[in-house]
Design a binder for this molecule. Structure first.
Ligand SMILES: C[S@@+](CC[C@H](N)C(=O)[O-])C[C@H]1O[C@@H](n2cnc3c(N)ncnc32)[C@H](O)[C@@H]1O
Length: 274
């Protein structure tokens, strides 16, 4: 196999932290039970429909909130690139203590969906919405050091050769040349010491580089990887041809059978090493 060594690095990282590797190829995400209220599930899907990626993110957020040390206080979940906010809403409804969400999203329509969803589930008073660039938001954030923060993101993490600021068509997935444009900035931003950082990335996001970035400053509280088929964007020729270049250069990992490609989504819950 061409790029087995990339996979070996991922597997080593997961095993080192007692993580789990799942197969979600046959899995269909379903929030019906979690979001049922008065018999009905009223969800505005927004631009980003429920996918395995979104479902993994929801599971990671729930776990991250459960790891907060002091449940007598309100926790603040900063959701960077919140999409339609279903993962944050599911997390709030599941939490064993009070959680407030700051949903940050560049896309106006996704912010509108988030507001509709938060309203439908009666949690709008625990949300604040910020339309704009997540990195700018994070850099200007004024932390209150008495609070516990969960800084979370399922950011665009697919490597492409498309200018981040130029082509809006790919803004939900475009992670820049190495897929780490957002992840790198989130991990290197000035986060409060006790904060929990929950970030989703993948075997396409230059994993060896990502693991080094994590290990420089963070300990791992939880890691889960899930094998999934390529989605709508990753299957487009423009994206796929670049991913093949990266695969041949031994920088990313995906595998193929007859007509389908598969990659791994990786959810990591981290805490800064002080
Ligand atoms: C992979 S999607 C994840 C959406 C949602 N959190 C989920 O898990 O379903 C990435 C999201 O980030 C948003 N996004 C892209 N660039 C952004 C930026 N610079 N600032 C804020 N949000 C951004 C996209 O519009 C998209 O909704």
């Amino acid at each position: 196999m061409i790029n087995q060594s990339v996979w070996n690095s991922i597997e080593r990282y997961i095993n080192k932290h007692d993580g789990v590797i799942r197969d979600l190829v046959e899995f269909k995400p379903d929030y019906t039970n979690e979001l049922r209220k008065g018999g009905e599930v009223a969800v505005d899907p927004g631009l980003f429909l429920a996918s395995r990626d979104t479902w993994m993110y929801s599971e990671m957020l729930k776990k991250a909130v459960s790891l907060v040390p002091d449940k007598s206080k309100t926790s603040f979940l900063i959701d960077l690139g919140a999409g339609n906010s279903i993962p944050s809403i599911v997390t709030m409804l599941d939490a064993d203590h009070n959680v407030k969400v700051e949903a940050v999203e560049i896309n106006h329509n996704a912010i509108d969906s988030s507001k509709n969803n938060a309203k439908s589930f009666g949690v709008i008073d625990r949300f604040s919405f910020h339309q704009g660039n997540m990195l700018q938001y994070l850099n200007q954030y004024n932390y209150n050091h008495d609070n516990c923060y969960i800084i979370a993101s399922n950011p665009p993490y697919v490597p492409t050769n498309i200018d981040i600021n130029e082509n809006q068509e790919y803004s939900a997935i475009n992670g820049g040349e190495d897929g780490l444009y957002y992840l790198k900035s989130i991990l290197s931003s000035n986060l409060p010491k006790c904060s929990i950082v929950a970030v989703q990335w993948s075997s396409l996001s230059t994993p060896r580089k990502m693991i080094n970035l994590i290990e420089e400053n963070f300990k791992c509280l939880n890691v889960i990887a899930a094998r999934v088929p390529f989605g709508i964007y990753t299957s487009k020729e423009k994206i796929l041809s670049f991913l093949n270049v990266k695969k041949n250069a031994d920088e990313v990992f995906f595998e193929s059978d007859e007509d389908t490609n598969y990659y791994y989504i990786i959810s990591t819950i981290l805490q800064r090493i002080d």
